[in-house]
Design a protein. Sequence first.
Lengths: 379, 379
Amino acid sequence: MQSSKRATTPQRIERSPGIKKIAEKLGISIGTVDRALHDRPGIHPDTKKRVMAAAAELGYRPNLAARFLKSGKGLTIAVCLPRAIAHFFDDVRMGVHRAAEAHGAMVELIDYSFSRFEEGEAAAVEEALKKRVNGIILVPGRPSHARPLIGKASRCNIPVVCIGSDADGTGRLVHVATDSFSSGALVGEFLGCLNRPLRRLAVFIGSRGTSDHSEKLRGIQDSVPRHIRLKTTWEVIEAHDNAREAQHLSEKLLDTSRGLHAVYVATANSLPVLQAMDRRSLLGRIPVITTDIYPELLPYLRSGKVLATVYQHPVSQGRIAFDALHRFLVTGVRPAERILLPPLLVMRSNLDILLERSRGWSRRSQGAQRSPESVCLKG
Amino acid sequence: MQSSKRATTPQRIERSPGIKKIAEKLGISIGTVDRALHDRPGIHPDTKKRVMAAAAELGYRPNLAARFLKSGKGLTIAVCLPRAIAHFFDDVRMGVHRAAEAHGAMVELIDYSFSRFEEGEAAAVEEALKKRVNGIILVPGRPSHARPLIGKASRCNIPVVCIGSDADGTGRLVHVATDSFSSGALVGEFLGCLNRPLRRLAVFIGSRGTSDHSEKLRGIQDSVPRHIRLKTTWEVIEAHDNAREAQHLSEKLLDTSRGLHAVYVATANSLPVLQAMDRRSLLGRIPVITTDIYPELLPYLRSGKVLATVYQHPVSQGRIAFDALHRFLVTGVRPAERILLPPLLVMRSNLDILLERSRGWSRRSQGAQRSPESVCLKG
DNA sequence: CGTTATCTCGTGTACGTTACCGTTTATCCA
DNA sequence: TGGATAAACGGTAACGTACACGAGATAACG
């Protein structure tokens, strides 16, 4: 069979040791090494130990290119997130997909969208486990319902990344979110800069039971007294992320207590509040700060009726979650227990650039806001 | 219970057509196809045309896993950036490296640092071209010097990504930066929110000749009148990114003109200005907004002596630049001509979370950040 | 007509991994 | 002790690509 002589080039490229190196170091076959490294049956425990030791000693790292080439498909990752408050989660999903695209066919995503109010997350995760995905990215709608599923996944050795709400103590890999306390504190600091007498402040949240919301409240209540000399009183309204409830409660608030000096809507459910205030011609007179960005909010921001909104980096959260998971799956390096992003203020001046970068909402430039010709360097 | 029949499943994973498919479709060998696809010598023009047509028809995409497996090394990308104003560029470099790490051994980076004031960029790029890298990420120190080199690289079919300064019209792949105009406009808007009489404003820039700086100036001068009723006068100081010059000019300004109402330092060279103001006990009385974040600036931010700083996402700029370049090299998809990031305000409340995410500067304790002590603007 | 150079193209091997099949060894029961 | 059965392990094809090498054809030259 061997006909001609080979004149292979020396090819002195330093390659990381492969499964073959381990095999010849131990004087066994690559098949055995393969079984040892992948918990496959049909191998003697002693042999397996020797292989694992040799692999560790040589610093073996599986060659993903070869693995992908052989198996024909890459890692599969389930992306489980709610449909509700769609704009935020759509951005998260986009962040995940963008990050995954960088790896081409070597990573495959499977989307599972579920209704936030029907505990659909359980079904989604269960489905993902059935499909034997390599990892799960999850935005828990109701963390209490998600916890057992996350525990189950972790026991199956399937890492779970939580975005937004956490589910700690379940064995989840990492929690990615914006820092809620800082969000509230940032708003407090900004309000303090306004140089106005702020005696009565209203804060709209979803529920005190949600740690995200209670932390935001704690943040602003901790921050405002530090920047404002006057004694402040607080109106805390729990709207439970329900539009009708938000509308009803805000109208009630506005009608009963007149001397409101600032409003902070700490949930994405800000539209009903804004509309109620608009009807009473309060916008523009009372400083309002909201959370997140969605199309209906844009006119309020552009007109200055809403001073600023706290941006929570949905796209980045998705990207970071994916990167952490991918890195763990590939290299085995565990990310930090928790990755917190800084909340940032978005105002009229930087709104359009932000949108252009993250989405396709407002392609229109706002008149004189930007000169038509692009920036061009001239020597 | 398994079926009696061995009958393995057809394993019909839909694979994208490879070089082999093209070969058998045309009835030629894979070697010929290889030569055609890679502009290798020794192939008849007609044959090459047929191959290219067939490749296009079948939607051929090279299998990077196989390519990497065979060749033993991945894409090599040169990262050329200055040493000066180190913190910003260090972050850019970190962003590039982080993004590259996700691809493991399939991407290799080569760092070329050069001195900004000695036209070192030319040598760096030249060196990269010699090494026959697949792409170049460049922060032009002196764009006018970089232009011919970028043109040369583009003619060699080596894509160049510019971060910060642009070199447009040279064939560079894409320009990544923060939107300078928005930066200035954001500061103007924020100052407007302060609700104070701002009649005399000082803006420190590097040079009017740098488009980045002149755009920031244009931004704030366009923005302030929209938020402040009073007529404003402007002091524009060009410090040429030189610390001594900045110190001298700021002291001269502070001593000659007393009624300053706000200061915007639009370059990273803000320390001399702050020190000059501090010596005259002006900090805390006159609102100051700076640019970028570096260790020496932290005390000013934490104490409230600097109200806010405009963050330009150095890490993200690096990451985005890399991703755009990588995507282009792998899929051939050209990114947008220009990718502009939104500038964002960093204040005390979100400073530490930001640092934790991007670097290791910040001290661990959140006690300091959330201590009751604070400095408000007086007067 | 023979020799050689040039151009064009086919062939073979290797990359690291996995799946599958074949082979050897150990265990157990009749 | 023979034979059956399973456990443990060896061997190899194949994934898609890159590249060295050689075969075949054609043309140019003596």
